[in-house]
Design a protein around this ligand. Structure first.
Ligand code: HEC
Length: 247
């Protein structure tokens, strides 16, 4: 008796399964889950069944208010008329920040990107604020790489496994463009800040870290070219030659 019940159940189950197969291979047969078979996927540019808040049924939506196009440069006179500023903005389109191109792009940044901001107290103060939000945990208040993720209060090793360089040592070795590249796209164990800080904010934070390194002001370090160098390329060599004689 029990066997018979099982047999009947098996036949019923196979009939149910078979009944879903139609003879026409182009039709799905019996549809158990119509919302999966006939999906309501929206096709780009095709009208949809949903009437949206604007009262139309177009499936492509307008960008939300305030959306800016990629590579957008603010309509700010100070930015649009400043070549160095424009270069910082446009650099995004030229750098892939791919790992295998790192050195090449780092060198290119050094050669092409110049600090567009004036050394003012406002810029430094704005940079200091950003530094305390984004950088201090690793680089430390003094910029010596001993932030509280690196060294704990009791002096033992913190959870962060890399030790950032002391700005006093590292920043004089590199150019402003290098610093901008590293801050924008990251370096080694440090992530990039190109997504969270805009161009002005990145340069402001660079002013601040240069002040921590004791090299703030356009004429110090390997960074921004001096005024006379900008006007006359030939003069650029003169101070170096003097320095050599002294040394
Ligand atoms: C999570 C920890 C961490 C944070 C946060 C961090 N850094 Fe770094 N930073 C590092 C480490 C580690 C290095 C060393 C990278 C290397 O040379 O491999 C470094 C290196 C640097 C350098 C030297 C780059 C070069 O080209 O040699 C600069 C400049 C710098 N950081 C600036 C910043 C600024 C500005 C911020 C905040 C906007 C910041 N860092 C936030 C960990 C951090």
């Amino acid at each position: 008796m029990r066997k018979q019940i099982i047999n009947v159940a098996l036949v019923a189950a196979s009939l149910t399964l078979l009944s879903s197969c139609g003879f026409d291979p182009k039709t799905p047969g019996r549809v158990y889950m119509p919302d999966m078979t006939y999906s309501n996927a929206l096709e780009t540019y095709a009208p949809s069944v949903i009437v949206n808040e604007d009262g139309d049924s177009v499936s492509t939506r307008k960008p939300v208010a305030g959306t800016i196009p990629r590579g957008w440069i603010p309509a700010d006179e100070k930015i649009r008329t400043n070549e160095a500023y424009l270069m910082s903005y446009m650099s995004k389109s030229y750098f892939t920040h791919a790992a295998d191109k790192w050195q090449e792009e780092y060198d290119k940044a050094a050669a092409s990107l110049k600090d567009p901001l004036e050394y003012t107290e406002e810029n430094k103060a704005a940079g200091g604020k950003l530094y305390n939000t984004h950088c201090i945990n690793c680089h430390g208040a003094a910029g010596n790489g001993q932030g509280n993720l690196v060294v704990l209060e009791d002096g033992s090793d913190g959870p962060y496994t890399a030790v950032p360089p002391d700005y006093k040592k590292r920043l004089p070795e590199i150019k402003d463009g290098n610093i901008f590249y590293s801050v924008s796209y990251g370096k080694g164990m440090m992530g990039g800040y190109g997504y969270s800080l805009n161009v002005t904010e990145r340069w402001q934070v660079i002013h601040y870290i240069k002040s921590l390194a004791g090299i703030d002001g356009a004429a110090t370090g390997a960074g921004a070219p001096k005024e006379e160098e900008k006007k006359d390329g030939a003069k650029a060599e003169a101070p170096k030659a003097d320095a050599k004689k002294k040394g």
